[in-house]
Design a binder for this molecule. Structure first.
Ligand SMILES: [Zn+2]
Length: 287
């Protein structure tokens, strides 16, 4: 799943290729992806692209008065093509959900693998009319996001587990399952620690970890073509998706525990005083 560093790179990639070009036409293949109906997708035809920006994990393509906004969700991706096929895209078994063709024949496909239909596309005059955009928390890449802001957010989250708080887009925009694992590993914090129990020193360490992990991921992704971002994300991760491998800080074996509708990975020695976290869902079922 693309998170903020990948979406930031996609925004830069698309800025270089799309700004100044007009949208020739947009073809919707997976009808469930389009979440708005007025204005229609065809209202974008002929409009010039003025900017491409990131809002949390959303991409916002701004044209003359209209925005094409999308969220790639868990299995979605963007595939750039210097030359799109002339024939209209047809619904079929493939992953293609939406095709955007520019005036020079280049453009991109939004694809979604698997059977879950979570990719979301919006055509709006104001991105803030999309509730999930309007409710986004502060963006950790901005200067406004400082340690005091983080401390306030953690206090407000009460006893909620820090892992869930980092991932909550209404609290902090852009961090997902992978980078929250990386951030907590770098900060040597248990993912299950209650947010309001962090000491001032721990908040400081967490703050530095958030800034550093995201900045270094963006640096690694910088300049990569859209097609190379996915591989780069995976190879740059130190704990996420690496259960059973050795922690490169301490040599312990990276562990895994279920969390919400997914699972998280962590290093027991670095993060939980050597203890394995109990699978709370499982222990609840056994009671
Ligand atoms: Zn470790």
């Amino acid at each position: 799943m693309p998170e903020m560093p990948e979406v930031e790179s996609l925004a830069q990639f698309l800025t270089e290729r799309c700004v100044g070009h007009a949208i020739d036409r947009i073809e919707l293949v997976a009808f469930s992806a389009l979440k708005t109906y007025d204005p229609p997708l065809s209202a974008l035809h002929g409009l010039q692209i003025e900017s491409v920006t990131r809002r949390g994990k959303f991409l916002d393509i701004s044209t003359q008065g209209l925005h094409l906004v999308f969220h790639l969700a868990r299995a979605g991706w963007l595939r750039w093509r210097d030359s799109l096929p002339e024939a209209p895209a047809r619904p079929g078994k493939g992953p293609l959900a939406l095709r955007v063709r520019l005036d020079d024949g280049s453009g991109f496909d939004l694809t979604e693998a698997g059977t879950q239909r979570k990719l979301a596309v919006y055509v709006v005059t104001d991105p803030m009319s999309i509730p999930m955009v309007a409710t986004l928390g502060p963006d950790p890449l901005t200067d406004e996001f400082d340690q005091a802001v983080l401390a306030g957010l953690l206090a407000k989250a009460g006893r909620a587990q820090i892992k869930g708080v980092l991932k909550d887009q209404r609290t902090i925009a852009g961090i997902g399952n992978a980078y929250s694992d990386e951030i907590l590993h770098a900060a040597k914090l248990s993912p299950f620690k209650p947010s309001n129990s962090l000491t001032e020193t721990e908040v400081g360490t967490l703050f530095v970890a958030i800034k550093n992990e995201l900045a270094s991921a963006i640096k690694r992704a910088d300049g990569l073509a859209a097609k190379d971002l996915k591989g780069e994300k995976k190879s740059g991760l130190r704990v996420h998706g690496r259960a059973g491998e050795k922690c490169d800080v301490c040599g312990d074996t990276i562990a895994e525990v279920s969390f919400a509708d997914s699972s998280l990975q962590y290093c027991p020695t670095c993060q939980t005083g050597g203890k394995k976290l109990a699978d709370r869902r499982l222990s609840k079922l056994l009671k």
